[in-house]
Design a protein around this ligand. Sequence first.
Ligand code: NAP
Length: 309
Amino acid sequence: MEKVVIVGTGCAGLTAALYTARANLKPLVLTGRQPGGLLTTTSTVENFPGFPEGVDGCELVTRMQKQAERFGARVQFGTLEAANVKETPIHLTIDGEIVKTETLIIATGASHKHLGVPGEHELENKGVTYCATCDGALPMFRNQPLVVVGGGDSACEEALYLTRFGSMVYLVHRRDSLRASRIMAERTISHPKITPVWDSAVTEVLDVKQDKVTSVRVKNLKTNAESMIACAGLFVAIGHVPSTDLFKGVIDMDESGYIIPKKGPVTNVPGVFVAGDCSDRVYRQAITAAGMGCAAAIDCERFLGAEDK
Ligand code: NAP
């Protein structure tokens, strides 16, 4: 029987692991399919306090994991397949095995949103990607025109990163101004290798017949005019969907799947806590996720303390 199981090893999960480990609760921490979470897919993190020169996303989560393990957290490569949180103790199915736990911290994060246009799915990993830092340096993208879709910090970060490899980066955004933070937006717009394509949407990815990306069809949303942009890669950076499907119908969540806590990290189910991007549609920063992980761990510890009395 576990005292605490934490699902997710992004900033939220690993901070919860650190705090519960230091409280001597020996948390079992599941990596899920993306160990380290989405931060491992970004390049330099410039806004995590304590790193004046910035820090590589992978390095940051690796350090967090080591810190948590130093105090007794057990990080296990595994995926949660089912959760019966209404039972006492909570029953989890982890890679086919049943694990019982007194408490659960959900820190499952979020995954990349897809455009849902023809050719996108068929050409995934054949020129369509959701992570420039993971794939941008591949030979197929070198010295080729590339397209990024989105107007947030992620899209700007991807576009800037891709200027190292592509001959030109087209940033296709559905409005005429960027949602990204001012510093990122200014850096992006002023970059000589980035061409913004405003008020526009990618409506098709070609060429499925050739089994690789050769161009995208773009529609101007104001004029309805269609055009083609020749490119070797399409990088989709249009936000995220929370990874909460397993808890639907049991844990309170909004229509998009973001978990709605009752108070702080406390969910509607006793003994179940939440932290990070799976319950945050507003801030979604590494530092806010870490803070939420800390709060979830403290409330979890208090819950277990009250149970013991
Ligand atoms: P985001 O801020 O939600 O931006 C998503 C962008 O995609 C928006 O510009 C949105 O357009 C567009 N979009 C959404 N759905 C679309 C669709 N179906 N078709 C076309 N365009 C679509 O997401 P994000 O950029 O991934 O950022 C998420 C959070 O992480 C933010 O809080 C951000 O500040 C943070 N972040 C920070 C950094 C950094 O500080 N270095 C880096 C990456 C991310 P509209 O603008 O029209 O809604």
